[in-house]
Design a binder for this molecule. Structure first.
Ligand SMILES: Cc1cc2nc3c(=O)[nH]c(=O)nc-3n(C[C@H](O)[C@H](O)[C@H](O)COP(=O)(O)OP(=O)(O)OC[C@H]3O[C@@H](n4cnc5c(N)ncnc54)[C@H](O)[C@@H]3O)c2cc1C
Length: 358
């Protein structure tokens, strides 16, 4: 395994649903997860489709609470378990090149410890996140549904009220939506989600645009008023997207590298782990000589993405307060429209604009 970071970089993807428990139990890391002292989350409060907040408690969830995690700590814990299971982890290390040698094996070159190292592999997994580095080098294309970005800040949780408030708060606004959550170590994450072009235009007009915008999100504003900005804003791509080909000859993609969900779903980490589990099964069969399993893996991932698109549209359509807002209009695209456009199998905006996705 080749990992670029030391897991100390700024990471997002910190709200986990209660169902994460069954995955972590099946991976044998549940007790370690609990020992890491992440914060339990008792539910979600949303002002979505209406001005007032309504609660969605996890109280009846069979898996218990959700979680607000320190994502770097979580990823480092998973990496430690990979090493304990016998995998050599190169970190910090960066992929330089990957090429099939004509016999079906791969030559991998990467930078590590100030030098260059090489590996040979029968099969390669692309887990590089949204940029799908290896898959794109193999000719796969990213198909995007939208241009969502997250403008993310971290605050210290000043008020005792905030410290005791473990719910995720989601709040819609005219040009996007907000979420905030109390993280371990008395930190608060606050993210403003909007489209890259809308953000770009507004930022030109008003420097630090997200700050005044905060006042248009009264619940979020009230929640972080007494906190002090620690770091940010950091801007992350957050579009819904997938590869046109999730697997090829002796390679496959997992996690965001295969398909990436809108953070509204809070399913990114769950799906990354789940796709890893499915990929491991497909790889086992493939190395035993059954190449069809890589194809089956791709079909499962593609179907999951189709189901996700239906849920995404349904949820966004519940917000009707700003009928003329470009941000909300763009989110009325149906799954059928998306697939009609993506028959081109290219993540190019000119194709998507034919059906009003841009
Ligand atoms: C603003 C925002 C908020 C989000 N909130 C949530 C949330 O609350 N809950 C949730 O479940 N999901 C959330 N997500 C989605 C979640 O972050 C992703 O789905 C999840 O991180 C995917 O995990 P991954 O391991 O596939 O990819 P990543 O987390 O992107 O990890 C990719 C890894 O590959 C490494 N890497 C990249 N390039 C190289 C290279 N060339 N060489 C070596 N290593 C490399 C990186 O260092 C990194 O460790 C959010 C996303 C955004 C943008």
């Amino acid at each position: 395994m080749i990992e670029r970071s030391g897991y100390a970089d700024t990471r997002v993807g910190e709200t986990l649903p209660p169902s994460i428990r069954k995955l972590l139990v099946s991976l044998g890391v549940w007790d370690q997860f609990l020992a890491e002292k992440h914060s339990p989350s008792y539910g979600i409060r949303s002002a979505w489709g209406q001005d007032y907040l309504y609660d969605n408690d996890f109280i009846f969830n069979p898996y218990g609470t959700g979680w607000h995690i320190d994502r770097g700590r979580f990823d480092a814990m998973l990496a430690r378990n990979v090493e304990h299971a016998g995998t050599k982890l190169y970190r910090p290390a960066q992929l330089i090149s990957s090429a099939e040698d004509g016999t079906g094996s791969w030559d991998i070159e990467f930078a590590c410890e100030g030098g260059r190292k090489g590996l040979r592999a029968k099969l390669v997994v692309d887990a590089t996140g949204r940029k799908s580095l290896l898959a794109c080098r193999q000719g796969a294309k990213r198909i995007t549904c939208d241009r969502l970005v997250g403008v993310v800040c971290f605050f210290s949780s000043g008020s005792p009220q905030f410290r005791s408030d473990n719910d995720t708060l989601v709040e819609a606004g005219e040009d996007g939506w907000w979420y905030s959550a109390a993280l371990p170590d008395s930190r608060i994450i606050v993210a403003y989600m909007t489209d890259a072009d809308l953000f770009g235009k507004a930022s030109k007009r008003t420097p630090n645009y997200w700050q005044p915008q905060r006042r248009n999100a009264p619940h979020t504003h009230a929640r972080i008023r007494s906190g002090a900005l620690q770091s940010g804003p950091f801007i992350f791509a957050a579009n819904s997207s997938r590869l046109d080909d999730v697997a090829g000859k002796n390679w496959l993609a997992v996690g965001d590298a295969a398909m990436a969900f809108d953070p509204l779903s809070s399913q990114g980490v769950y799906n990354a782990l789940m796709s890893g589990v499915l990929a491991a099964q497909a790889i086992e069969c493939s190395l035993a000589g059954d190449q069809r399993e890589l194809h089956s893996y791709a079909v499962v991932i593609e179907n999951n993405f189709a189901k996700y698109l239906v849920a995404r549209e349904k949820y966004y359509r519940r917000e009707t307060r700003w009928p003329n807002s470009l941000f909300w209009k763009r989110r009325r695209v149906t799954e059928r429209q998306f697939y009609k456009a993506s028959r081109l199998r290219r993540a190019d905006d000119s194709a998507l604009s034919n059906i009003g996705m841009t």
